[in-house]
Write a protein that binds this ligand. Structure first.
Ligand SMILES: [Zn+2]
Length: 330
């Protein structure tokens, strides 16, 4: 993998390459943007470029440093996230202060050549104590290190952390780019690749999941069931809440549900061409204010079930579905 193999993000990549060529690489970078668009991939590639012996606009892919980077065993590469030193996910899904201390120890010593690169995935999951400890490193970064914070929820980061990083905003990928790569990678027929790309909202990983046989149909059925609960039909709302709360992919289901309500709003403006889900208006109120309220309720529920809140899924879903059903009746 090198920069030239990365989908999209040409502007962000050229800023990084130019900073490297001019020897003016920022000590701390924040890669912000939707999940699944390739932020981490660009971070990994930048780490490789920073350490390649033959760097010339792109890493060479042939030197010993490139090989070590490719196998994630380069001593200058430190990967972190909501996991411990051995890569085991922390049970609460958060980045602990111990992990931040490990990183601080690893970057204390000067490197022989190249630069130490720390990539922190899901940086928004840092516990408060971890964030505060990490701030010290951002305030006085070691001379030969580059810290890259990767996040799809930058609003959850402390403002003091954000202000100390050079921010790069990664945008959703274009459906055309996704469809063509999806076709090449999975051998999916063009029509299906385009359909998955259109549904993905610019996220390659979402497109991949929609490309899986039947995946979209399943999410669509759920959305139809939720939007179709009769006003004040508490029994159906509670039964569906109980079913959905047992799903491992509940957060994704809620993300999908948001696109359903977003589409309804788009449909009301007459811009049907911009709707992602055909027929998304089924069962949803025609009152724009109510649709926006429903959208916010779904997002609130999604946040509630995620770390650090970890609210009881069944209770959250019961509240959400009863709220949504009540809205339609009023
Ligand atoms: Zn190389």
């Amino acid at each position: 993998m090198s920069f030239k193999d990365i989908l999209g993000h040409t502007k962000e990549i050229s800023v990084l390459v130019n900073s490297l060529g001019a020897n003016r690489v920022a000590h701390s970078l924040l890669f912000a943007g939707p999940a699944g668009v390739g932020k981490r991939l660009v971070a990994l590639e930048f780490a490789r470029a920073l350490n390649c012996r033959n760097f010339s606009g792109d890493s060479c892919g042939e030197c010993a440093d490139c090989a070590l980077m490719d196998s994630s065993t380069h001593p200058n590469l430190i990967l972190a996230g909501p996991s411990d030193k051995e890569g085991q996910a922390t049970p609460e899904g958060l980045i602990r202060i111990e992990r931040v201390r490990d990183i601080q120890n690893s970057i204390k010593y000067r490197v022989e050549r190249g630069k130490k690169v720390v990539i922190i995935d899901s940086a928004d999951r840092m516990m408060t104590a971890a964030s505060n400890a990490f701030l010290k490193t951002l305030e006085e970064p070691p001379a030969d290190s580059v810290i890259i914070l990767v996040t799809s929820r930058s609003s959850d980061l402390l403002p003091t952390i954000i202000s100390r990083c050079q921010r790069m905003n990664f945008r959703p990928l274009s459906p055309g780019v996704i469809a063509s790569f999806l076709g090449k990678k999975t051998g999916l027929p063009a029509a299906q690749a385009h359909e998955a790309a259109r549904l993905s909202g610019g996220s390659f990983s979402k497109a991949l999941s929609y490309a899986e046989e039947g995946e979209y149909g399943k999410k669509r059925e759920i959305a139809l069931a939720v939007a179709g609960i009769s006003p004040a039909d508490t029994d159906t709302a509670l039964r569906l809440a109980s079913e959905l709360s047992k799903r491992d992919d509940l957060a994704e289901v809620l993300e999908f549900l948001k696109t359903w309500y977003r589409d309804r709003l788009v449909g009301l403006t007459g811009a049907e061409g911009l709707m992602v889900n055909a027929g998304a208006s089924t069962g949803v109120s025609a009152d724009p204010r109510r649709i926006i309220d429903s959208f916010s309720m779904i997002e609130r529920a999604r946040r509630d079930i995620m770390p650090p809140r970890y609210a009881n899924k069944q209770l959250v879903m019961e509240g959400l579905l009863m709220d949504l059903a009540g809205c339609f009746g009023a």
